[in-house]
Design a protein around this ligand. Structure first.
Ligand code: PEP
Length: 255
């Protein structure tokens, strides 16, 4: 769990913005604040081609902005046409990678086991990991949310010990991604507690308290503040609303 000021505001740009657009966005975002924003750290998961320019722009920002990627391959290198490695991401300027996003699971058939291999490679390579977990509508309606969260989390992180500190968990209920309203705050808090209990049972209480759990799914500048007020929410993973300077800066400012 985190104090209010250290809650993380993370944007996931998906397949949006060229490197020029990314650079201009970051320069303008940085100039929006004469003093550091309320939530002091922003992370942006940008397209591969924008990482280098985004990292360059972030290095000149008036407050900390970390740049990361939205996926990677688990192999060190090899004959994987169209893929990208952890080493390439780091060289380009990424300090973290989003793994297990529901769009990767659903549209690109990524299994829990494959995601696990990616997490292993990312951590070995010194990248922080944002591990996305979350139930779909059918799983929630069938009362399987906890079972799904347990399976996704424990498979992705099997074999790890203290290194799970380098992983941020993103609870993203699939049924609210890209919609008009997020999950109700009480539900978010409940599922974050479920995730902490899984960490406590599999690892220990210290790690359960330490691990950061952020929420994602239809967050915007009208609802972010209420979700961030929940004690077990350590930050937000924001898709659509992170593409607009107006909404992303308003969220960072705690409006
Ligand atoms: C996401 O895809 O990670 C996400 C949270 O998207 P949105 O905020 O648009 O629901």
């Amino acid at each position: 769990m985190t104090t209010e000021a250290t809650k993380l505001i993370i944007g996931n740009w998906k397949m949006h913005k060229t490197s020029e657009e990314a650079s201009t966005f970051i320069q303008t975002l940085s100039s929006c604040f004469s003093s550091p924003p309320k939530y002091s750290e922003a992370w942006l998961a940008v397209p591969f081609t924008a990482i280098a320019k985004a990292a360059e722009a972030a290095a000149h920002s008036s407050f900390p902005i970390r740049i990361g990627a939205q996926n990677m391959h688990d192999a060190e290198e090899g004959a994987y046409t169209g893929e990208i490695s952890a080493r390439m991401l780091k060289e380009a300027g990424a300090s973290f990678v989003v793994l297990g996003h529901s769009e990767r699971r659903r549209l690109f058939f990524e299994s829990d086991e494959w995601i696990h291999r990616k997490v292993v490679r990312a951590i070995e390579s010194g990248l922080r990991v944002i591990l996305c977990v979350g139930e779909d509508k059918g799983e929630r309606e069938a009362g399987k949310t906890e079972e799904v969260l347990q399976r996704q989390l424990l498979t992705a992180l099997q074999g790890f010990s203290e290194e799970i500190q380098h992983v941020l968990i993103a609870y993203e209920p699939v049924w609210v991604i890209g919609k008009t309203a997020p999950a109700p705050p009480e539900m978010i808090e409940k599922e974050h507690l479920v995730l902490r209990k899984i960490v406590q049972a599999e690892w220990n209480n210290t790690l359960a308290k330490k691990i950061k759990i952020v929420y994602g799914g239809s967050v915007n500048s009208d609802n972010a503040k209420t979700i961030l007020e929940e004690a077990d929410v350590d930050g937000l993973l924001i898709g659509g609303a992170s593409l607009s300077l107006e909404s992303f800066s308003a969220i960072l400012q705690g409006k």
